[in-house]
Structure formats: structure tokens, C-alpha cells
Design a protein around this ligand. Sequence first.
Ligand SMILES: Cc1ncc(C[n+]2csc(CCOP(=O)(O)OP(=O)(O)O)c2C)c(N)n1
Ligand SMILES: [Mg+2]
Length: 557
Amino acid sequence: MERRMKLGDYLVAYLKKIGVSHLFGIPGDLVINLFLKFGRPQGLKIITLSHEPGIGFAADGYARSTGSIGVICVTYGAGGHNMVNPVAGSFSERVPILVISGGPGEEERKLGVLIHHQAKEIESQLHIYQEVTCAAQIIDDPAHAARDIDEVIRSIWLNQQPGYLEIHRDMVEREITVPGEILSWSGDLPYPQSDRHKLDEAVRETAARLDDAQHPLVLVGIEAYRFKIAREIVKLVEKIGAPCCTSVLAKGAFPMNHALYMGVYVGAVSPPGIRRRVERADLIIGLGMFLTDIEMGGSQPPEALRHRSIWAVENRVNVSFHTYTDVTLRDFVRGLMRARLKRHREKIVYHDNLSQTPANPARRVRVADVLREINRFLAHEKTFFVVAESGDSLFGGIDVKVGGRGLYLAQGFYASMGFAVPGALGAQIGTRLRPLVLTGDGGFQMTGAEIAHAPRYKLNPIVVLLNNGGWGIFRPIAKRHDLLALPSWHYAELARLWGGRGFRVATVGQLGRALEQAAQSADFALIEVAIAPRDLSPVTLKYIRASAKKAAITTRA
Ligand SMILES: Cc1ncc(C[n+]2csc(CCOP(=O)(O)OP(=O)(O)O)c2C)c(N)n1
Ligand SMILES: [Mg+2]
């Protein structure tokens, strides 16, 4: 980085200074100069896919799995607007993403004609992105450009949410001055800071309540993972000696094989052992967890969560009915680690929603068998991580147990279909671990063709595709099944044509063998599993039953 630089060169140098190594993008004429700058030999590794949503989910998967900022470059209008859905998902699930868009230059804007890719106003795209980012700016003033870029990127890190930079094409070569403090800065981005006094008191009060409690329980939420405090939370849970569950969105934030891990809490539709233990708790410590309808299993939060809890989330700690503002999760966890805490002892059992009866290998495979077979496979394959797609696979994935680092990715709240395959590609680029993707046919038909890029980047996910011929999750509640049908692609054959291995299985034994063969292959693999149209995962079935009961109560009332 130098005192006088071209704006485009400054942006590349800034990203390298903060440790960015990859950029995900698709070019267009309004961004091509900047895009090519990123791709220079001393620049970043460029990852291109076929469609912007694929790029957005790949960058999100990269950021989720590595904890670093996922950088995206798109063209203005057609590209930028195509990217909105993945970025909205990153926003609501707190994934740090930087979107860089090109745009028309000043002279062409003055011509008085509409410019290609324009929707309403030139600023319309900025306004759209203001809704799904924590900071969004058009960089149009060379005097402030260096600081404006710095401000957006710092905000991404402080909030762990996407930010947006629009750089019109005539700005890329403009000379700017880089302020001294950015030149001499180490490149370390700061986390939010706590108020010392409030922090100390929040920790004191929590320690006192833990002292009084007989049956405390810890719920770990997604902020634990995003704010890189998950490992210290493991130590804290060990220090307290209390059982621990993760939320749906935070599955993977606590090691699934840990002796104090009970499983995933999904409110009313949790495994009965988890639901009872949460309801029996006289103190719940929520670490980085958002209360959402999915996390509560579609029901009201139980009394223990509402009245006997301490919640640390969004830079606040709520103790019963009062709030300490300006206390970050990182500082709160570290404060509790330093405090004297009563040690509890409890024998904990891991719970899922699967019966453990081994299936006859010759039997036609059901969704629950797929989950059991995946668990059997993952128990001895330690270098895999799992990505679950929205649809029945999202709820099915709750019962998947990943060993090793236990990396598990799913859009557990925003739940956009199309995330899993490109998300897995981005995450393998970031971690070099091998992905196992669990997806429905509908989710795969949205973005699954991006797997054709896997050989270019030496990526080799194993995709387990539950083919039930449509949007199966809605069948129990819809009379018109024809409205939910999808054409059945020749998935296994497509996988072979795209350079991978393809399998089509119908029995439990065939699935087990296909997984083993896929694992031995260096290429990506797709295992199409023929699923009966009405078959669904255990958690989805519980959800549907719970909603039907609720609907019946409402009708009667
Ligand atoms: C982008 C997007 N569009 C629509 C939906 C609504 N939706 C949720 S699940 C689902 C059907 C899923 O079908 P499939 O992937 O085949 O999974 P299945 O439930 O059949 O296993 C749909 C359309 C969504 N979540 N995301
Ligand atoms: Mg389906």
C-alpha cells in the first residue's frame, strides 16, 4: 500500500492487508476493469461459477466455514440484483460478506439516456442493498474513498454481516490519497468493545445465579461461532459442568461428540429428552442465540426460556427482566471464564430423533435410513463436513452427527433453497475439508448444476440427493400434489457428464456401498436416493403434526 494509489489498486491492497485471499464473482462491462485488477498475478484467487446466486452462496459458505470475510464482485444491475437473495441470507444469519459492484461512470450518467442494466434510478441498487447490509456506500469521492472503504469493511467485521461497495467504472483508475493510519495499520479488524463496569456486573450477577442453580443448561447460538468464541464456550461449559444444546442455526458450533453435548434444541419438537431437560432447567444461559420461530419448533418459548434465563446476544446481556447494554458475547464468556463458578455434575446423554434399529440392507430406503447411513459413514470418515439444503433436508440434517471438527453448514433460519451445493464448494475452497451435501431434488434443481465447476477447482463434494419427485415437504398439507411436482432429471447421469461419479440407489445397502465408493473417489459424486413421495424426515413429521394440532386448536377456538 502506498500514499498515492489508484482506487482499484487500493481496494486490492486493502483486502490483502486484512487477509482476504479469494474473490467470488461474475464480470460485466460495468465492472470488468475492477474484476481484472482483482485477478492480477499479485491479486486474489478468483472463483467464477455460472450464476450469481451460486457465487453468493459459495462466498457465504466460504465465510461461514473459515470465519473470514467472503468477497463478491458483480456487475451492476443484472448481476447486483441477482445477488440480493444470497446476501439477504448472509445478513439474517450474520455472515460477513463484502459485495463489490461496478456501475456506470459519471460522464455516461450525464448523457441523459438510460444506461443498460439500470432498473429505476442509478441509486436504486444502493437502496436495495441498504436493506440487506450493515453498511452500503457508493464510492464516488476520491478525497474520502480510502476511509469510506475502510468504514464499510470495519462495519462488516463489527456486525458480522454483509457490507456493500459500489464503484463506478470511471473511479477504478482515479488517484486517491491513503491516510497515514491506514498505511501504518496492521490489518487486524477490531471486534466490538464492552463497557467494563457493565461487563463486570453482568458477570458477577450471572456467577451468583449459577451458584444458586441446581439444574443449569447452556444454549449455544450462532453468534458464538461468528464471533470466534466457540472454543472458549466449550471450556466454559466444561467449567460449569452443565449440559449444552445448540440452536438449529448454530448446529456445529459445539462439538457433537462432546460429553456435555445433548443435541439440537428445536423447541417443542426437540427430542423428548432435550425438551424435558430444557423445561426442567432452573437457569438457562443463552450464548449468542436468537429466538426464532424455527428454533422454537413453531411454538411459544417455554417458561424456562422466558423467566429463568440469561441471554447474551447482540452486544447485550439480559438477566431475567433487566439488560446490560454494551456487553459483548466475547467479553462475557471470557469474564465468566475468569469468575469463580460452581461446578455442576450431571450425566448427559446425546439425543436425536432417530431410532437406532439397524435397517435391513435389502429394504427400500427411507429418509430416516439415509440419516442413519450418513451417521454410520461419518463415524469413521473424520475429514468430512456436512451441508444441508433447505426443505426436508434442513430438518433431516438436525439428526446428522458430524465427528472431528464437526463443521456443519445450513441456512437454519433464512432457509433459502439453492444454498447447499454452491455453499459446499465455497466451504471446501476455504477449508480443504470434503463436503457431504444433503439436498432434495427441488433444492438441487435451483443451483446444483454449479457442481459442474467442481473439477476446475479440484473440489469433490459427495451430494446425497433425496429424490421424491417434487417439493415433498408440502405434500402433507396440500391437496393438489400436481402443483408440487418436478421433472425427474437423470441426476446420476448428469453427474457423470459433468465430470463426477453418479450413483442411483433404492435400498439401504446400496446407499451404504455408494457412500463408501464415493469416498474412495477423488472426483465429486452424486448419489441419487429414490424416496417415496410421502416419506419425510422425523423432525419434519413432528413439525407437521405440531402445526396440525395448533391449526385444530385455532379452528375450534
Ligand atoms: C429460494 C426458495 N424458494 C422457495 C422456498 C420455499 N420452499 C421451502 S422447502 C421447498 C421445497 C423443497 O423441495 P426439495 O428441495 O425437493 O426438498 P424435499 O422437501 O422435497 O425433500 C420450497 C419450495 C425456499 N425455501 N427457498
Ligand atoms: Mg423433493
